[in-house]
Design a protein around this ligand. Structure first.
Ligand code: ADP
Ligand code: SF4
Length: 688
């Protein structure tokens, strides 16, 4: 289909200093968890975005000198000529598909401990490591240090030019970069010409910009990533005051202004707590102040919002990190009039958790991310079917939906049987919780795409399958995607030896009971030994419904793993503000009719909490009875012509939705292919 002319403006070329972006789609710098340890993987992931039509594709933050090296995060590096050679592969990969390549040079300054280089971190003032709790301090730079720092930076700018980059970024954002440490009064307590007045605090940034502009000599564009607001009120930079004034001081220096809010948790806010375009109030003023092009972000996934961003003059580019991960082909899809094919980011931040885990990022919506090089997975292309065999997928949760879709795209004849009337499994349940509505996109994208494949994929709703009906159905392969269920007996991390006494009471519920319509009586105790979103989200839901709620968790904080998705502080503050009672560091040890007994995990004595109901969020069990039932009768399977029966998703091992989607996708990719082998992907080993 041709492009809707309304979107033509999104495809205007835009000049950025000496280079020209082919359109307005701009992948701003974002981490990948791959960095210098997995450079081929990172390059292949970025190249996919260039292929998908993005005009500018940037690295993650790139350490330019060992004085700030980001370990244990595997961040990209540009320290010496060897790094230049490695990053040449990166820029070549991006250039091959016609995109401009950008590099975000960074000094993480006082943020990180330098465990690899063992250099003492540097900062404007003596400050404890700010992005970690390591017992490490940054030392205050003297004027010689600042002089050296500028030289290191200038040399790295030249290396980035030699590595083939078209655009070099200065990074003054996210509360983890040297110029930002100098800018914000919270970190800069200097009394010399680099401290005190705003002009002094901006001095280093100005010098770095001038050095960079001088060094590149018009051969590369110079971009500045600048945090206009720290969302800390008068304790930090605010857009109305210092953000605005600093931009006024520097307006003409960079060729491009990339503006956002700080810190990373605010910038990459999840859909649970922010909606598309959430940064606009803090950045929309910039275009009126500068003559250079502006890019801003805000989890833009809808072409209409992107269009409005440009036509209203908020920004010259549509800046995206997460939306470009969930769908690297957004620009091409808009260009080809295929808006309905866009796989919209759900704002869950599972991608962010990859960076925090120091492992290749995963994406709930895009199972191919991180797999481009090592498994050769392409987000838009898949091998044609390897045989004429038909496949029955049992269960239409995220695993079953993705499996049926990818099999259908390969051309297999597929039956997708779902016990319930609605598709989506746990995604349908969980997206009804407060703040989770965007998560339904996992279901809606796949259901819509499956609908388009109706000639090959047949969907059977309200079709609870048994071993008998499966054997009678006449399919050659069976993928069992029957999901999992929360256990009600309290067994999990803290309680391992047996059920919590009293957990068989009629007033004890699981999340599945709640999704099934059960209404716990007030006051309710939520026992969270799972530590991701479920416990906190249900506590919020119950409180919204007017119940008295106490959340008990053995962890030191509420929803502790949400820290990895940048949500933990927001979750706990919200529950506190709502009046949810919180007992962290406590295990649930007994349930009575009108109270529970809880015990401190550090030896604090037992106490009781009065309640009328209890909701157990501890761990899950796979729904694998159907699978085992089928496998128990090999003769009958052979008789029915069934060649294989396999479990996928939560039925194989309960986990993240992202893991279920990936599992369904993997099954579809590997069907009829060569056996994957003991090490089922390519590895990047430096000495071979
Ligand atoms: P996953 O995350 O692995 O996709 P879910 O729990 O989200 O798992 O989804 C599993 C789906 O399987 C649910 O929608 C459930 O209704 C469905 N299901 C479970 N057992 C059967 C069955 N015997 N026949 C058909 N559908 C089933
Ligand atoms: Fe978006 Fe979630 Fe994918 Fe990240 S993991 S890109 S937030 S869908």
């Amino acid at each position: 289909m041709p492009r809707d002319p309304r979107f033509d403006i999104l495809f205007d070329p835009v000049r950025i200093g000496p280079v020209t972006a082919r359109n307005r789609f701009f992948q701003v710098p974002h981490c990948s968890g791959m960095g210098h340890l997995l450079p081929r993987s990172d390059a292949a992931m970025r190249a996919m975005k260039a292929e998908g039509g993005w005009a500018v594709v940037c690295t993650e933050q790139c350490s330019f000198h060992p004085h700030a090296e980001a370990a244990p995060y595997p961040e990209t590096k540009l320290w010496d000529r060897d790094d230049v050679v490695r990053m040449r592969h990166w820029t070549d990969a991006v250039h091959e598909h016609g995109a401009l390549a950008g590099v975000e040079l960074v000094s993480n300054a006082s943020a990180l401990p330098n465990y690899y280089s063992r250099e003492i971190p540097l900062g404007p003032s003596h400050t404890p490591a700010t992005y970690s709790h390591d017992p490490v301090q940054a030392r205050a730079m003297d004027l010689d240090d600042i002089h050296e720092f500028r030289r290191w930076h200038r040399d790295a700018v030249l290396r980035s030019r030699d590595a083939g980059f078209d655009l070099v970024y200065l990074y003054c954002g996210h509360d983890i970069a040297m110029p930002m440490d100098f800018l914000t009064r919270r970190r800069n307590r200097r009394t010399d010409e680099y401290g005190g007045s705003l002009e002094n605090r901006v001095r280093l940034l100005r010098e770095l910009l001038e050095d960079t502009v001088g060094a590149v000599g018009g051969q590369m564009a110079v971009a500045l990533r600048f945090a206009t607001d720290e969302l800390l009120g008068e304790d930090g930079v605010t857009w109305e005051d210092e953000g605005c004034k600093a931009i006024e001081m520097l307006a003409d220096l960079p060729d491009l202004w990339d503006v956002n809010v700080s810190d990373w948790a605010h910038d990459s806010a999840t859909s649970r707590f922010s909606s598309e375009g959430f940064q606009e109030p803090y950045v929309s003023f910039v275009k009126g102040m500068v003559k250079k092009p502006v890019v801003c972000v805000g989890r833009y996934t809808s072409p209409e919002t992107m269009l409005s961003l440009i036509t209203r003059g908020v920004s010259d580019f549509v800046g995206c990190a997460r939306p470009s991960i969930a769908d690297p082909f957004i620009p091409n899809k808009i260009d080809e009039g295929r808006l309905d094919d866009i796989r919209e980011c759900i704002g869950c931040n599972i991608c962010v958790t990859g960076q925090h885990m120091k492992t290749p990022m995963r994406c709930t919506q895009n199972p191919t991310v991180g797999e481009e090089w090592r498994r050769g997975w392409h987000p838009e292309r898949i091998e044609p079917k390897g045989s004429e065999a038909s496949v029955l997928v049992v269960g239409a949760g995220p695993a079953g939906l993705e499996c049926a879709l990818a099999l259908g795209q390969r051309g297999y004849k597929v039956g997708l049987a779902e016990a319930r009337r609605e598709l989506g499994g746990r995604v349908t349940d969980e997206s009804a919780m407060p703040g989770f509505s965007e998560w339904a996109r996992v279901r809606d994208y796949r259901a819509y795409q499956i609908d388009k494949l109706h000639e090959t994929v047949e969907v059977f709703r309200e079709s609870e399958m048994t071993a008998e009906t499966i054997l009678d159905a006449g399919y050659r392969h069976v993928a069992v995607a029957t999901g999992s269920r929360w256990r009600g007996d309290g067994i999990g991390r803290a309680n391992t030896m047996g059920p919590i006494p009293g957990s068989d009471g009629a007033h004890v519920f699981t999340p599945n009971d709640i999704f099934g319509g059960a209404s716990p009586a007030s006051p309710v105790v939520v026992f969270d030994d799972d530590h991701y979103y479920m416990g906190g989200a249900l506590a919020e839901q119950f409180r919204d419904a007017g119940l008295e709620v106490v959340l008990v968790t053995p962890a030191p904080v509420v929803s502790s793993w949400s820290e990895e998705a940048l949500e933990q502080e927001i979750v706990q503050s919200r529950l506190v503000a709502m009046g949810v009672g919180i007992a962290t560091g406590h295990n649930l040890t007994r349930i009575d009719a009108d109270a529970v007994e809880i015990e401190g995990v550090y030896g604090e004595g037992a106490r009781t909490v009065a309640c009328a109901s209890v909701v157990m969020v501890t761990s899950r069990l796979p729904n694998d009875g159907l699978y085992h039932g089928l496998k128990a009768s090999p003769d009958r399977l052979a008789e029915a012509g069934v060649l294989s029966v396999r479990r996928i998703g939560d039925a194989l091992g309960p986990g993240l939705i992202a893991a279920a989607v990936w599992s369904g996708h993997r099954y579809a990719r590997e069907l009829d292919g060569p056996p994957p082998g003991d090490v089922p992907f390519k590895r990047e080993l430096v000495f071979v």
